[in-house]
Design a protein around this ligand. Sequence first.
Ligand code: ZN
Length: 122
Amino acid sequence: MIRLSITLLIHVLITATFLEVASKRETDPCWAYGTKIEGNSQWVQCNFCSFVSRGGITRHKHHLVGDTAQVAKCSRVQAEVKAFFKEDFDKKKQAKEAMNSIPHFDNVFDLDEEVDEDKLNT
Ligand SMILES: [Zn+2]
């Protein structure tokens, strides 16, 4: 019974965290610098250079930060905007590492669109 309670507790914890991440995504500050394209929920047009990222708001953020070869770098992004989201990525990475210390947490994020970030970090 104790084991079951702990499992339940972890499940609730994970669900709460997951929902928080999901709701955060909708109000991502990055939307101030990108415009959703009608009919394509994963397509975001850059407000600085009109480049279209086809991997959602996270991909658009990578476009602004320019930290990966998988997305074209933004040529017109303001330095402070770039620095802001770079810091955001660093914080996220730290949070992810902390989450990974919980057993089986990875399973929850298998469905996450940001899975490819892992590849970038290796
Ligand atoms: Zn751009």
